[in-house]
Design a protein around this ligand. Structure first.
Ligand SMILES: [Zn+2]
Length: 83
């Protein structure tokens, strides 16, 4: 068993759903992997591909240290849920 990457440098994944916002796409994170709260990130204009904006983002968390917020998380798309 060889660990080449320290665990704490791994960016947590934040499952996100794509929704149409007012004038732009939005990536909704229902449950933040860092703080457990709901966050939303801009996904760009409707005529652009919002999936280019997936990946690492600075956290929108309000109760974490600046270092943890900067560490952030990686937005990953999840399938739309029936509601
Ligand atoms: Zn958070």
């Amino acid at each position: 068993m060889i660990a080449t990457t320290p665990t704490r440098t791994i960016t947590p994944e934040a499952p996100a759903r794509l929704v149409r916002g007012r004038g732009c796409w939005l990536w909704i994170v229902p449950r933040c992997p860092l703080c457990g709260k709901r966050h939303q990130h801009g996904g760009g204009h409707f005529d652009a591909d919002p999936r280019t904006l997936l990946g690492h983002r600075v956290g929108h968390c309000t109760r974490l240290s600046p270092a943890e917020v900067a560490r952030g998380y990686a937005l990953v798309e999840v399938a739309q849920e029936a509601s």
